[in-house]
Design a binder for this molecule. Structure first.
Ligand SMILES: Nc1ncnc2c1ncn2[C@@H]1O[C@H](COP(=O)(O)OP(=O)(O)OP(=O)(O)O)[C@@H](O)[C@H]1O
Length: 261
């Protein structure tokens, strides 16, 4: 489905921030990218969405979605893809909401910029998506302003917006790290539910090895722009092959020899 083929990205004249990054994600698969700050995780996600900041460019390799290269898409093709088959959520998706407009009006606008829907149809799609995300009183939420919701609820609204067109892949950049642990675990469960309900593949960037271990079928460990270790949850947690992964695991607290991730 999403296929990174030996992708390298540089910013300006610096050395590559992503080097020979290769990853193929299958339908319904959840893959986590973990690693230290600055190791290239966000760069990998942004490269696939065509959203590298200015100065950043793919200098080598290819990224394909269903066999089609993403490197040469027109603006219109990007708009269709981002609002359709591929979607993205950020750490602060909730804070991107406009504070002086209701959730409903923003949801309607978002839907109507991507699909030809009447306002009424878009309203229906919006509140139903909130409902499917397990948000209680979804019609009241549609009429609320962002400041009337908790941080966790705003983030879930952001996820609901990202999911409204039932994307086949969701790229999630630290979706839970700004939240308290209880809300974090709710959102983690909801994201797992997306895979159950919609068969969504998820590429997840996280600092939290616990979240990665809980959610991911496969974990990739990155340092300095390169993948240094990868495997399924058990392989990474129980038989890490890279020194760096061992260091990362050492930093997780353990009790009576058992590590709680
Ligand atoms: N806009 C930019 N301009 C210049 N360099 C950048 C830019 N964005 C990222 N970089 C560089 O690219 C490298 C990888 O950054 P990236 O944000 O992808 O890492 P990360 O693993 O996602 O880090 P974090 O966990 O802190 O978000 C870093 O060395 C960073 O300095």
């Amino acid at each position: 489905m999403l296929d990174y083929q030996s992708v390298s990205v540089i910013y300006g004249d610096n050395k590559p921030s992503l080097s020979d990054f290769t990853l193929r994600i299958q339908k319904g698969e959840i893959v986590a990218l973990v690693g230290e700050s600055g190791s290239g995780k966000t760069t990998a996600i942004r490269a696939a969405m065509g959203l590298l900041p200015s100065g950043g460019q793919i200098v080598k390799g290819d990224i394909r979605f269903d066999g089609q290269s993403l490197l040469y898409l027109t603006d219109n093709e990007w708009r269709a893809l981002r609002g359709g088959s591929m979607s993205m959520i950020f750490q602060d998706s909730g804070t991107m909401l406009n504070p002086i407009r209701t959730i409903g009006s923003q949801f309607i606008e978002y839907i109507r910029t991507h699909k030809q829907k009447t306002k009424k149809e878009a309203w229906e799609m919006g509140w139903m998506m909130l409902e499917r995300m397990g948000l209680p009183h979804s019609k009241t939420i549609m009429k609320s302003y962002p400041f009337q919701l908790s941080g966790g609820m705003r983030q879930r609204v952001g996820i609901a917006m990202a999911m409204v067109f039932e994307p086949r892949i969701l790229l999630a950049d630290e979706p839970t790290s700004a939240l308290d642990v209880t809300t974090q675990s709710q959102i983690v469960r909801e994201m797992m539910g997306l895979r159950e309900k919609f068969g969504t593949s998820i590429l997840l960037v996280t600092h939290n090895l616990g979240v990665a271990a809980y959610m991911a079928d496969r974990i990739l460990v990155m340092t300095q722009g390169s993948i240094v270790d990868q495997g399924d949850r058990q392989a990474i947690l129980e038989h890490p092959s890279a020194d760096y992964t061992r260091d990362l695991l050492e930093s997780v607290p353990s009790m009576r020899g058992k590590r709680y991730v």
